[in-house]
Design a protein around this ligand. Structure first.
Ligand code: UGA
Length: 472
């Protein structure tokens, strides 16, 4: 066997686990991907790919049966691996804290199975001190200190661009408290940090190359755990910040996109994650902001700032809803076209999606909703089943047919290319309330729409007058 090749077990085949497993195989390691869901393992073995992610199926096809295998036998996979990455879920518990029971169960089982040195690596997003707990659990199960280390290697991939994010990262963060553990982690990522991978035949393209390989930050285990929580919390704060700026823009008649552009040109601030809208959602930001705040409080640190970030995020949806109300006056019996269900464009994931919150409210107020999303309709139908008031349609124009207003709720690229003339003739009234700022307000006036977006001056069709949103 090639001496640079390591044998790696990845426990958990969710978003992070499956992508990490496929990418470890892609950079030359021998990988065993473990999941206790037998059905999922059978699907993966048979060539199925449970998530919608560019390049993932290609990588799995490339390596399945050779350098990647799927199993539900954690004990055996742990025994055979040099490194065991834990990538199981850490859902939000009742108090806002992360529920670490899956991590605990996996750590115990690893401990019961191993008989030579293993490096156990936290890949899931976990609060600071989790490494200490894993260490304690493994020790309690009778494993002596010399036989294991616990390290942290948080993952920063985004849904929709997961494979490229993994292989072409801004940075790789590894946290370890022993040189032995650190040396192993360096070996795992050597193909990316040396740039060798980017020259290999069939390498997945991205921003990194031989001359600009992936940088690696080496830290203590605790610092690495904190980097992940602090990064997600900071990005969520950036979004909430620009959303409040957008509200100020609305109050004074300025355009938030100009403000964001001007802020973003300051290299200390940077232009990304300054898109105002209906707030952040997804399986990470809401959970991680709550968990980080909780952990800080447990340590006696008041991180009230994060409470504000959450509050602003929740209020942003309410504000948007009020805008819709100001365009429609009353809701009962009105037909609304809703474009977008996923928490962001490019994914079928609807977890904590602001779009669904708004639809829930519309249905509650007695509207009839015709919804369209390029990927997330099946998942959304499990929450809001198709019925008299909730319809899922084949395209945006069918959604618009006879609607009193059209709402943009997810930033899908394909919505930017909509045929506006066709849309306008399908709508009963030419009203668009855009929660993702996809269109240019001046162009929308030319096209004859009443158009409202977030943090930009609204435009009103000559035949329309809008209710003052401040009048209840
Ligand atoms: C996020 C982070 O970006 C990843 O780095 C991290 O690895 C991941 O969480 C995680 O912890 O697993 P993701 O949840 O896939 O990734 O989605 P983002 O692209 O970050 O978007 C999150 C939400 O913020 C979406 O609802 C999006 O619409 C919203 N958003 C994003 C804005 O409202 N404005 C922006 O400018 C950017």
């Amino acid at each position: 066997m090639d001496s640079s090749r390591l044998s790696i077990a990845v426990v958990g085949s969710g978003y992070v686990g499956l992508v990490a497993a496929a990418c470890f195989a892609e950079i030359g390691h021998q990988v065993s991907c473990v999941d206790n869901d037998e059905q999922k393992v059978a699907t993966l073995r048979a060539g199925g790919v449970p998530i919608h992610e560019e390049y993932l199926a290609d990588l799995l096809n490339r390596h399945r049966g050779q350098s990647i295998e799927f199993t539900s036998n954690l004990g055996q996979a742990a025994r055979e691996a040099q490194l065991i990455f834990i990538a199981v879920g850490t859902p939000q518990g009742e108090t806002g804290s992360a529920d670490l029971s899956y991590v605990d169960a996996v750590a115990s089982e690893i401990a019961r199975s191993i008989d030579d040195y293993k490096l156990i690596v936290e890949k899931s997003t976990v609060p600071v001190y989790t490494n200490e707990w894993i260490r304690r659990v493994v020790g309690r199960n009778g494993v002596v200190e010399e036989l294991f280390d616990v390290a942290s290697n948080p993952e920063f991939l985004r849904e929709g661009t997961a494979v490229v994010d993994f292989l072409h990262p801004d940075r790789i963060v590894v946290g370890a408290d022993s040189e032995k553990a650190m040396a192993l982690l360096r070996r795992v990522y050597e193909p990316l940090t040396s740039g060798e991978y980017y020259e290999s035949a069939g390498a997945i393209p991205g921003m990194r190359n031989r001359n600009s390989p992936a940088p690696m930050l080496e830290a203590s285990t605790k610092a690495a755990e904190l980097i992940k929580h602090a990064s997600n919390a900071f990005l969520a704060m950036k979004i909430s910040f620009i959303n409040v700026v957008a509200n100020v823009c609305e109050a004074v008649g300025a355009d938030v996109e100009q403000v964001a552009q001007g802020m973003g040109q300051d290299s200390r601030i940077g232009p990304r994650f300054l898109n105002a809208g209906i707030g952040y959602g997804g399986s990470c930001f809401p959970k991680d902001v709550a968990a980080f705040r909780y952990v800080a409080e447990r340590m006696g640190v008041d991180f009230g700032l994060l409470g504000e970030v959450e509050k602003i995020n929740a209020e942003q949806r309410i504000r948007f809803f009020q805008k819709v109300r100001s365009a429609l006056w009353t809701f009962r019996g009105k037909r609304i076209a809703a474009l977008g269900l996923a928490f962001k464009g490019g994914t079928d994931d609807i977890r904590e999606s602001p779009a669904l919150e708004i639809i829930r409210q519309l249905l509650h107020e007695g509207c009839k909703v015709a919804a369209y999303d390029p990927a997330a309709m099946e998942r959304a139908a499990a929450i809001f089943p198709e019925g008299e008031n909730m319809q899922y349609v084949r395209d945006p124009y069918e959604a618009a047919q006879g609607a009193d207003a059209l709402l943009i709720l997810t930033d899908w690229e394909e919505f930017q290319r909509l045929d506006m003339t066709r849309l306008r003739s399908a709508l009963r009234y030419p009203i668009i309330v855009d929660g993702r700022n996809l269109f240019d307000p001046a162009r929308m006036t030319e096209l004859g729409f009443t158009y409202m977006s977030v943090g930009r001056p609204g435009v009103v069709h000559p035949r329309e007058t809008l209710a003052n949103p401040n009048i209840p």
